[in-house]
Design a protein around this ligand. Structure first.
Ligand code: NAI
Length: 750
């Protein structure tokens, strides 16, 4: 059996402890080692009169059993005095049980001002005054436990108790907010709705029941909630007769009753009433953020003229979300967004090399490759509309990020991103959503993002633990770093970065950050990610964005704006392993991270070749050389081009059929003189099929020279032979090669 719960060294104030429930709490705390302030005004149940006898008697009982206790005869309306008694006698205050109460029951019409006010003064205002007096002491010592005493009459209503019900449910509202404000200081506030025989209930309960519903069946819950080992905060519990149950809010899926550019009418409300009140697939929102989230989602749904149901947290089987696609996201931008992003990730005119990212008139004006996360990031929020994922957005942590470039990002234009839930994993303590987002400029894939999102507390649904689809992190080499760059972020780094589209108040609003348990607003993980990528580009690619291929990071700890980021780098071929720390604290903030660079291509004496020597020329020359090279490759005419244009025609004419038969995506890398000069994707999986430039999301990728490709197409070279002789290289699902025939047959006559 585990150790008993004790309260040695703790100082507890129980209000209204002269009788009933309060007395029971005081005795139990005293017995378990706490020093107890037994507070009671000693009046009648309607709030009249006063006497010290009730409190004194309980103090004596505690002392008689060897406990420590002192009496307090003040009314809870003098909250400061009660806390002062605790400080004067025992030097501190750890726990407050707001329990004092009276009744002035009347049917509503007969409730007088006095009936109303007295009840509110004792229950609601009294609990407020006592708790406020204790608050700063608890805050300073970073420990506090507060109990509010509500009532079933407040939760459900009760005839003749309008005043009491209102005050009692007011206490729940008070507790909900104290739970949020206190969390950071280890001050927990919970609410109980007890039922027990006492002088308050003797007029409404038969004597037998009064006897059976003993106060000692309530006290154990109060003691547990007040113990330092109890993590509960912001809970509401009904308790009585030896039973305890927890309550929470439930919200129906709801219905949007408004349409874009049309006024909202009561008739629309009437007509949707049964759906508004239908609790099938109801959610259990637990925070105001979740509540607001719904409204934001509704606004965008109305704007996009999408569905009518409004509950983002509906549904219960996260695994069923795998494969679900999100509505297409459109992102239009100009050079301003690119520059703002560059500033957001710390670029500065102090460094002349940065000018090409900050000045649209620069001859090599470029976009940082990590800007590729920007058009894709809203997919995270879009998850709220995916059925099956019961996401509480306040519990969402951005766990990992992968970004792979397929082409250079344009410096302005419109990008379209398509997101799909690639996998959902059950990690026990939470759920991981692997979200794949492909971003296109026209039909060209420009980048692919994979977001790994951790939802704390959403695990345990029986899903799988790992995924083939998740891009893995890579451990750094076990040696001192090959290079280190340290750079201080600015005090306004997060304020600047958020302008690129991540508006989460956690990064700007101190009170919001406090709710999340942070000292102050934190930097965006993707901002540190941008810094790290820049450092690698500077160290190993002379700021040449065309060398950037992919980046993977795991977000470990937060960074506060103003802290210095220290990027440690290890070069292993084209892969640069990275680890990012906060220099001031030594905390690792990005781990398992790496950046893959493109092989450095140089141009010498007209023919391109892989560069093995160290750089002697400036990055501008190389950039230009590479561009020229790219242009040359594009204008190079290949025999295979003809075949691909015929493939495109066939897909246009009978794509549906092919998609049905083949159901796979084939990537092609066509080389000339040992260099890849063309990339194609034959998509025979999506919609009616398509052919486009670049290799994206292929199930299998074939690398072959233009000449050998033609040999295969003409039937002169058997694909198997080509494979075994090394002329045709295959990556990915090799079994799909068998379907190639359906794609390539009958081209011999071309
Ligand atoms: P009780 O009447 O035995 O205890 C209440 C105590 O509060 C009394 O000793 C009274 O002298 C003291 N008190 C009243 N006004 C005060 C003031 N201004 N300052 C300091 N002390 C004051 O009643 P019981 O049943 O033990 O109630 C305890 C709490 O539980 C109350 O807040 C009550 O509303 C609540 N409650 C009780 C239920 C029950 O079934 N007994 C049901 C729902 C709620």
């Amino acid at each position: 059996m585990s150790a008993p719960l004790t309260f040695d060294g703790r100082v507890v104030l129980v209000t209204g402890a002269g009788g009933g429930l309060g007395r029971e709490y005081a005795l139990a705390f005293g017995q378990r080692g706490a020093a107890v302030i037994v507070n009671d005004l000693g009046g009648d149940i309607k709030g009249g009169g006063r006497s010290s006898a009730a409190a004194d008697k309980v103090v004596e009982e505690i002392r008689a059993k060897g406990g420590k206790a002192v009496a307090s005869y003040d009314s809870v309306e003098d909250g400061e005095k009660l806390i002062q008694t605790a400080l004067d006698t025992f030097g501190r205050i750890d726990i407050v049980v707001n329990n004092a109460g009276i009744l002035r029951d009347r049917s509503f019409a007969r409730t007088s001002d006095v009936d109303w006010d007295l009840i509110h003064r004792v229950h609601l205002r009294g609990s407020f005054l006592v708790s406020r007096a204790a608050w700063n002491h608890m805050k300073n010592q970073k420990f506090g436990r507060i109990i509010m005493t509500s009532s079933a009459a407040g939760i459900y209503g009760n005839f003749g108790q309008a005043n009491y019900s209102a005050a009692k449910l007011g206490l729940l509202g008070l507790s909900n907010t104290l739970a949020i404000e206190g969390q950071k200081y280890n001050i927990h506030c919970n609410t109980i709705a007890p039922t027990a025989g006492s002088r308050l209930t003797e007029t409404v309960m038969p004597p037998d029941l009064l006897q059976s519903l003993r106060a000692e069946y309530v006290a154990p819950l109060v003691l547990w909630l007040c113990h330092e080992a109890c993590p509960e905060n912001g809970g509401l519990f009904e308790v009585g007769a030896g039973w305890i149950g927890k309550l929470r809010w439930e919200r129906s899926l709801g219905r949007i009753v408004r349409q874009k550019n049309q006024s909202m009418t009561p008739e629309a409300v009437r007509d949707a009433w049964s759906e508004i009140c239908d609790f099938t697939d109801a959610s259990k929102p637990s925070s105001i953020q979740e509540s607001l989230q719904t409204l934001v989602e509704v606004l965008s749904r109305v704007e996009d003229e999408r569905g009518i149901r409004a509950n983002p947290t509906a549904g219960t089987n996260p695994s069923s979300a795998v494969g679900q696609t999100l509505p297409e996201m459109v992102f239009s931008y100009t050079h301003m967004n690119c520059i703002l992003y560059a500033l957001g990730v710390g670029m500065s005119t102090r460094e002349p090399e940065h000018l090409r990212f900050l000045y649209e008139g620069h001859q090599d004006f470029s976009v940082l490759p990590t800007f590729g996360v920007i058009p894709a990031q809203s997919a995270m929020m879009g998850l709220s509309s995916v059925p099956g994922l019961n996401i509480d957005f306040t519990q969402l942590l951005h766990g990992e990020q992968y970004l792979e470039m397929s082409g250079a990002l344009p410096t302005s234009g419109t990008l379209r991103s398509r997101a799909v839930v690639a996998d959902v994993l059950d990690k026990g303590s939470g759920m991981v959503i692997v979200l794949d987002v492909h971003t296109y400029s026209e039909r060209e894939l420009v980048c692919y993002n994979q977001f790994s999102l951790f939802i704390v507390g959403a695990g345990g649904f029986g899903g799988k633990r790992t995924s083939q689809k998740a891009v893995a992190t890579a451990p750094r080499p076990d040696r001192a770093p090959d290079a280190v760059i340290v750079e201080q972020t600015s005090r306004d780094q997060a304020a600047l970065y958020r302008l690129s589209g991540d508006w989460n108040p956690l990064h700007i609003d101190p009170s919001f950050a406090a709710m999340g348990g942070f000292e102050s607003p934190i930097l965006h993980g993707l901002c540190s990610f941008g810094f790290a990528a820049r450092h690698v580009l500077k160290q190993y690619a002379a700021n040449d964005v065309s060398r950037f291929k992919a980046i993977k990071v795991r977000f470990v700890k937060p960074v506060y704006p103003g802290q210095s980021l220290q990027t440690e780098m290890w070069k292993e071929g084209n892969r640069i392993h990275i680890q990012c720390k906060v220099k001031e604290s030594g905390d690792v903030v990005l781990s398992g991270a790496y950046i893959d660079l493109q092989t450095d291509v140089c141009v010498s004496a007209g023919s391109p070749q892989v560069c093995t020597h160290t750089h002697t020329h400036t990055s501008e020359t190389r950039l230009r050389a590479q561009r020229d090279d790219a242009v040359r490759s594009q204008s190079l005419s290949l025999q295979s081009d003809l075949v691909f244009s015929e493939i495109a025609r066939r897909i246009r004419d009978g794509g549906q059929e092919l998609v049905k038969k083949v159901n796979a995506v084939f990537g092609w890398e066509i080389s000339k003189d040992g260099r890849t000069v063309r990339e194609w994707t034959i998509d025979l999986k999506t919609d009616g099929g398509s052919l486009h430039r670049g290799v994206s999301k292929a199930d299998v990728i074939f690398s072959v020279s233009d000449e050998d490709f033609m040999e295969v197409v003409k039937g002169k070279l058997n694909p198997q032979q080509a494979f075994f002789s090394g002329k045709l290289k295959v990556k990915g699902n090799i079994m799909l090669s068998q379907k190639l025939e359906a794609v390539l047959k009958d081209y011999a006559k071309l």
